[in-house]
Design a protein. Sequence first.
Length: 531
Amino acid sequence: MLNTYAQGHITKLIRNGNYFQFIVDDKPYLIFGGELGNSSASSSEYMRPIWPKLKAMNLNTVIAPVYWELMEPIEGKFDFSLVDSLLKNACLNKMKLVLLWFGTWKNSMSCYAPAWIKTDEKRFPRSEDVNGIKQEIMTPFDRNILESDKRAFVKLMKHIKQTDNKQNTVITVQVENEIGMLPSARTHDEAANKVFEQAVPLQLINYLIKHKGALEPGVRSLWEKNGFKTAGSWEDIFGKGLFTDEIFMAWYYAKYANEIAAAGKAVYDLPMYVNAALNRPGWKPGLYPSGGPIPHVMDIWKAGAPVLDMMAPDIYFPDFEHWANLYDRHELEDREVANPLFIPEIRFEKGDDAKAFFAFGNYNCLSFSPFSIQSTDHPQTEPIGKTYSILQQISNLITTYQPRRQVAGFLLSKDSSTTTDTMANYRVTVKHDYTLGWSAAAKKDTWPLSGCIVIQVAPDEFYVAGTGVVITFQSVVPGKRAGFLRIDEGKFENKKWIAGRRMNGDQDHQGRHVRIPADDYGIQRVKLYQY
């Protein structure tokens, strides 16, 4: 559910053309973040030495859990000391916060539900697998658990509004965490079985009809095989099988999360999202957390949770571009199905620096955030910190020129060492730095990922920012060639360009290319001409 500019400084998610933007303190904002390990924020004392690490890595946003069991250890009695500590230290370090609500579910399980819920099975029934074995997963088909979760979440949002409405430290909130059913595709508890036999809700049917031509292939193919029926049970509409079970769970998980989010927004209308534990390719529902906001059932979530602003992937599998493509739906005109790329969690590993440049340049990406970012022992030299330093300098350029389609991102490896794009009157070719053959490391079997952003600020003027790239420009005007008038290395301070070295000699190979070597991180301003 998108918002326009609002009174005061509360964060809003708006749409500028086809591009989504966070508006934070009345300006577009990109999250250059890091997510804390699951247990880190459960102790303010444990967090004490972590804050300097986060600052050293140039984060502008920290993504941190709020634990239901610690916030409401006794039913009806709330302790916000951990939340207050996060707010205080984020402000001291001039960072924003994204809060993760570890409520009913965290990575499928109900491990952060309070003890008074876990130990009262009669009042708070569990999900059951296909054999009727109870799981440590609360069923979404019970009102008691939903109402208890909702009450606690509303208390959290009220507290944030009361303590943070002037500083606007918290800019968005995640509802639950990696929702999904295990080890079966759906729960087989008594309440769920009864609902499974009932008719598919008209709200979902109407969505399917309205968006029939644009549905994800998995949902559409099941519906088509059963004659595009518009009335009947889940198996009448989608057939019998594990994927129908998963669609069923996706709908009721979405409805559950939507009700939690709606109650929270009614108190304090911050943007809210859900995250997904991705489905491992080739695995069947039940082997992965089934029914969460994963790509092949994202339409079910969009239909069932219209209050939520974003569906977000937690990326731990290879092929970053594949997963990013599935979640970047910013070009879709229909706002019911559109979705920006928001990455709240990605494996903290080599190559994140290049992926971040690519994500913010190639996609309508609002957030990039390695998981367990506090685990580094060398925060001052972390590549992601060097990338964040540059991205913060050019964030204003990205948010200004991206809606004008004047920003491009590139990601390169040994297997994909060259890529091209057309920007204004130029064909831009980006190659991995090792393609030059100047480094001994180029002979190795694997190359580090490299990446960059290219931003066109005038017909013949570009900024290039990244690591490990070689860039050439060719005129697309018949009979013309492109040349460099000047290439300046530099930096931005308070949005003002400060030129450093003029790079018109060996650094640009006597006018042949723009280069940022591997293991270097920089910004270069490029002025072209045609002859």
